[in-house]
Design a binder for this molecule. Sequence first.
Ligand code: 4NP
Length: 150
Amino acid sequence: MKILMVCLGNICRSPLAHGIMKHLAEEAGLDWEVHSAGTGDWHVGDPPDRRAIAVAKQYGVDISRQRAQHFHAAMFDQYDHIFVMDRSNYQNVLRLANSEEHRAKVRLFLGDDEVPDPYYDNAMFDPVYTMVRARCQTLVDELMHVNKNA
Ligand code: 4NP
């Protein structure tokens, strides 16, 4: 199973989703490949935002070794599922898709809702962590039944 988490900067929301998903999959004994990317390229090569690193660490997840990358069209073939954090990211990712197969891989991470961007609001990192963690748990449960260990 290959999963890509996508947000705008790839330094706050998608690194949390990436680290938590990998952590929960490992806990469940699943050898899944999980990565993340941003639809913007400003932070390419950077570690996650220090506030995202800190909140993840507080809950036992180490995201400090991640480095930001820019979403690019080749990723449609490299991943089975692409989860995007908000509708703007969703539109930006879909704009690069050129087949129904590619489009079918892309979903809003929360289904109908968006993960709020905590970049300009320190107080949002904790609730974003909790929201992302809960959704990652339901996704592990959902996807492990679809295709166990694939
Ligand atoms: P993210 O948050 O999309 O959750 O990584 C942001 C990080 C940086 C910027 C915007 C959003 N920025 O404009 O630099």
